[in-house]
Design a binder for this molecule. Structure first.
Ligand SMILES: Nc1ncnc2c1ncn2[C@@H]1O[C@H](COP(=O)(O)OP(=O)(O)OP(=O)(O)O)[C@@H](O)[C@H]1O
Length: 992
């Protein structure tokens, strides 16, 4: 191995104790915990043994088991020895080709066999046995890594290579591995681990690299520094080289540069045994200084003069630092001078090397044998390694051997050296001390801070005192003012108190007087109450009796009424059954007899009419004759009055005239009686109607769909039928013309009763034509227009409604301006019954397809919708019926192609009301509206409006819930047929 001289270009300053700082930053890594790890090769037995042996070695310094003087803990640890076999080199491969290796390695048993001859060998046990194929990495990990870890934990450590020249010591320790990183030796790998573990902020790593050549210590980083003295601490036994250069490391690259510099400066020669034989012992010293973390800091005790210590607060605990040292020693190779053929200077070198190695061997022998004297002073090498063998460092020795049987003796010597070294016990000691400097710095900083704080606080106290003074003065003023206000307030209070006392006194007197009065009043009241109670008791008894009597009467009356009703019901039921039977029979016969019956009826009617006509004509004739005769007599009377005054004939004639006059008076009397009878009949009819309505209040009248009459109970119907029979009789007796003429009577009552008679007659389908023919419709419309009486207008509207059931009459009503009159009445009337009649009349007209446009033009639909303001269910039902009729006709017209375009109902704004009432709780309203909606929906032209108006949901509901199957089916069909409805349903994701 060739060593170049020191290269001044490296840039390192060289001088006594110079610490070289490098520009490159350190690789940052956190500091490991400092608790010492157990030693891997020191068994419990060994520890006990070594402890006792080391206690005997006082010469080694302060070493002992347990706690040392500084309080630090000590741990025993045997020197660990590994053996490494170099592979055969080129020369050996040729020269020893026919020979087996002198050693056989059993790595798994950690044993080595050294051949004595072909049949005999000796076996040695080592801590590690590394074959010729062992990698550099593995060698580092088993030999040096545990030592490096101990160094990082605060213990000194030594790794040393010993062996014959050319067996691979430098290869094992000093290879830089520039060409192949796998070749990196222990020095490079150890520094990598150290730099990776330390913290660049708190820890420092410094390096010295030296060689011991010819018993002189020389600085390999500054070769001019020669003969560096070895200093030993007499107290601790620690060895130091204060003259050596210390370089603070920042990174690995810088270390490699240092190593190369040192290598260049190391002395090497080309010997017979090794072309690059190291002629010096190389020592790499790595100093690691680590600060303990704050939580591991110990309390600092400041010594006092009296011997006691003052412990500082926890914030001022002394930080600790750990200073440890790693020593890597590449010994020069031992050689047999006779074999190496060294001479001259090389011989001198060899002698020096051998001497130092011999001295080392002696020391190790002494230590191995626990000799009381260890001759460490025999050589500088042993002085330098004093701490590594039998000292406080953790030591790992690697012995290198070659395989050649030609060097068996040297190999055996090396093996024996290793075996002895294995017996050497060290006592590891934690190198920890307080970092007073940094504590001092911290304390000074704290002190400065406290002084500044104190100054600030003093100033603040001063200012707050002044402020206090000021506030005290202000408070004094406030107190004085408050005191004066208080005294004034107290005076006022006393005055008020006096006043209140006086008032209280007066009030008390008044109360006394009032109380006396109250007592008097109470007594009086009691008396009155007593009187009243007595009176009440008497009255109650009388009333009770009266009530009981009335109750009995009422009960009897009720029972009577009940039995009447029951009877009526029974009769009704029997009558109904009879009617049903009759109806059935009639239905059976109906088909056969319809034609004959109708012919017969018509003939009978015609006969009857004929008879009536004849009778009327007869009467008319008689009257005309009587009138003619009367005229003649009068004429004759006038003629003969003057001529034959005293004639007997004149008296006869006079008698005749008188008779005629009497007859006339009689006839007039008869007419009056008939009128009276008519009035009487209606009064009776009204009374009986009221009575019956009361009796069957639960069976209230409901307007029938198209016929504006009351759906009355059977008894009532009977009465009405009786009435009608009477009226029919009257009708026959008096004649329709006479009844209609009474509609124009000046007497309101007569008009009322006449219109009621006409309305009753109009309720019979058979009379309707006659009424219209006789001009009844015109009279009724006139009444509707001109009458101010509500009853007349209501009954007239009802009669018109009944007449409007007939198609011909509907046209007549329209032709005579009836819809306008009905609309006006609808606008003016407030009585629900009048509105019901008017709505019923319009509803009937709505059912005529031919009249639709005219009806709408003359405000029929508007009037119909206007009547919903009434909210009366009967009115609403008629409005709904009218809308349904109208929609049905429109639908029919559209279907037949008679009409196009949107519904007039929608045009007139009926849709919102239709949608709102489509699900009305009253079934008549609901049923009509449902039907109307279905009719409107049948035509696509209305669909968009229906969707926009929310009618789609009602149609869906109708299609699902409507009680009438035909309407339900209609709604379903309509929904399925309409593209607009289908599109909307799809848009809303409604599955229908
Ligand atoms: N384990 C090994 N594998 C391969 N080659 C090796 C090994 N050990 C040593 N060598 C080679 O052997 C030669 C001698 O090695 P080295 O110089 O390290 O020996 P040395 O013990 O240091 O000798 P000296 O004491 O004379 O300095 C070198 O060429 C080296 O490369």
């Amino acid at each position: 191995m060739a060593f170049a001289s020191y290269n001044s270009k490296s840039g390192f300053s060289v001088g006594s104790r110079t610490v070289l700082r490098l520009d490159r930053p350190l690789t940052v890594s956190s500091m490991k915990p400092v608790a010492p790890s157990p030693l891997p090769f020191a068994s419990a037995a060994t520890r006990t043994k070594s402890a006792s042996s080391l206690q005997r070695r006082s010469s080694v310094g302060s070493l002992k088991t347990g706690k040392d003087d500084s309080g630090g803990q000590s741990f025993p640890g045997r020197v660990r020895v590994a053996v490494r076999l170099r592979p055969r080199n080129a020369e050996e491969q040729i020269a020893d080709a026919d020979f087996a290796d002198c050693v056989e390695l059993l790595p798994e048993l950690k044993r080595l066999k050294l051949r004595k001859n072909n049949w005999d060998c000796e076996t040695y046990q080592f801590d590690e046995v590394l074959t010729e194929t062992a990698s550099q990495k593995r060698v580092y990990e088993v030999v040096a890594k545990p030592v490096v870890e101990s160094v990082l934990e605060g213990y000194n450590g030594t790794v040393m290579a010993y062996g014959q020249t050319g067996t691979g010591k430098t290869f094992t320790l000093g290879r830089i591995g520039e060409e192949d990183c796998a070749d990196r030796g222990i020095m490079v790998r150890a520094m990598e681990d150290i730099l990776a573990d330390i913290s660049p902020e708190h820890d420092t790593v410094t390096v010295s690299y030296l060689q011991l050549y010819m018993e002189s210590v020389q600085d390999l980083l500054a070769p001019e520094r020669d003969n560096i003295p070895i200093v030993e601490d007499p107290k601790t036994g620690d060895v130091s080289l204060p003259g050596a250069t210390l370089v603070e490391l920042k990174d690995q690259q810088n270390f490699v540069q240092l190593l190369q510099t040192g290598e260049n400066n190391r002395i090497a020669s080309n010997t017979k045994m090794n072309t690059e034989s190291s002629r010096s012992h190389a020592l790499l010293l790595v100093h690691v200084k680590r600060s303990a973390k704050s939580k591991q800091e110990k309390d600092l005790v400041i010594p006092q003069e009296n011997g006691n210590g003052v412990q500082l607060s926890k914030g001022h605990r002394a930080p600790t630092i750990r200073k440890s040292k790693l020593l890597i020693v590449d010994l020069a190779g031992s050689e047999r001078v006779d074999k190496s053929g060294s001479e001259g200077h090389q011989l001198e070198e060899a002698k020096a090397i051998n001497l130092s190695l011999t001295a080392l061997g002696k020391c190790i022998n002494a230590l191995a044998e626990s000799s009381p004297h260890v001759p460490t002073r025999d050589s500088k090498l042993t002085r330098l390694l004093r701490d590594s063998f039998g000292g406080t460092a953790r030591t790992s020795l690697i012995i290198t051997i070659g395989p050649s049987p030609r060097h068996r003796a040297e190999t055996a010597s090396t093996i024996l050296f290793g075996q002895r070294a294995m017996k050497v016990e060290n006592m590891l000691k934690l190198k920890e001390e307080f970092d007073y400097k940094s504590l001092c710095r911290r304390l000074e900083a704290d002190l400065d801070r406290l002084i500044a704080e104190n100054e600030r606080q003093s100033q603040a106290v001063l200012e707050s005192e002044e402020e206090m003074e000021r506030r005290l003065e202000e408070a004094r003023i406030i107190v004085v003012e408050a005191e004066s206000r208080l005294s004034a307030a107290l005076e006022t209070l006393a005055e008020e108190r006096r006043k209140h006392q006086q008032e209280n006194k007066e009030t008390l007197q008044k109360v006394e007087v009032e109380r006396a009065e109250m007592e008097r009043f109470e007594q009086k009241l009691k008396k009155n109450v007593q009187d009243l109670q007595d009176q009440k008791e008497k009255q109650t008894f009388a009333e009770k009796e009266k009530h009981q009597k009335a109750l009995v009467e009422l009960e009897e009356k009720y029972n009577q009424e009940l039995s009447n009703v029951k009877q009526i019901l029974e009769t009704e039921r029997a009558h109904r059954e009879k009617l049903e039977n009759e109806l059935k029979e009639l239905l059976k016969k109906a088909e056969e007899t319809t034609k004959e019956e109708s012919l017969r009826t018509e003939r009978a009617k015609e006969d009857e009419l004929q008879k009536l006509k004849q009778q009327l004509e007869k009467e008319h004739l008689l009257r005309e004759q009587a009138e003619c005769e009367l005229k003649k007599i009068e004429q004759q009377h006038k003629k003969t009055n003057g001529i034959i005054q005293d004639n007997e004939d004149s008296s006869i004639l006079r008698q005749k005239v008188e008779q005629e006059l009497q007859e006339k008076e009689k006839l007039e009397e008869e007419v009056r009686a008939l009128k009276q009878q008519l009035l009487q009949l209606h009064i009776e009819a009204e009374e009986s109607k009221r009575t019956l309505e009361k009796a069957s209040s639960t069976r209230s009248s409901v307007c029938s769909d198209s016929h504006i009459s009351i759906n009355r109970p059977s008894n009532m119907r009977d009465t009405i039928n009786g009435q009608r029979a009477t009226i029919a009789k009257l009708f026959e007796q008096v004649g329709l013309h006479k009844i209609l003429s009474l509609l124009q009577s000046e007497d309101v009552d007569v008009r009322v009763h006449a219109v009621k008679v006409v309305a009753n007659l109009a309720a019979e389908e058979g009379n309707q034509e006659k009424i219209v023919e006789a001009g009844g419709l015109g009279s009724l419309l006139m009444l509707l227009q001109s009458s101010e009486d509500e009853t007349i207008r209501r009954v007239a509207a009802g009669a018109i409604a009944n007449l409007a059931m007939n198609e011909t009459n509907q046209e007549l009503i329209m032709a005579q301006g009836g819809i306008g009159l009905l609309a006006r009445t609808a606008d003016d009337a407030e009585d629900p019954q009048t509105l019901r009649m008017v709505a019923g009349a319009i509803a009937n007209l709505c059912g005529n397809e031919k009249l639709q446009i005219k009806l709408r033009e003359e405000g029929g639909i508007r009037a119909l919708l206007g009547m919903v303001r009434s909210r009366h269910p009967d009115v609403l039902a008629q409005v709904a019926r009218g809308i349904a009729n109208f929609a049905k006709c429109e639908s029919r017209g559209s279907g037949q192609g008679n009409r196009i375009g949107r519904s007039l109902l929608i045009d007139d704004g009926a849709l919102p009301w239709i949608v709102a009432n489509a699900n009305n709780e009253a079934s008549p309203i609901r049923r009509h509206i449902e039907l109307a909606l279905c009719h409107l929906a049948q035509h696509e032209v209305n669909a968009k409006d229906l969707v926009a108006g929310g009618a789609l949901w009602e149609l869906i509901r109708i299609s699902r819930e409507c009680s009438r199957e035909d309407i339900r089916t209609l709604a379903q069909r309509t929904l399925n047929a309409s593209p607009t409805f289908q599109a909307e349903l799809k848009r809303l994701h409604v599955v229908y």
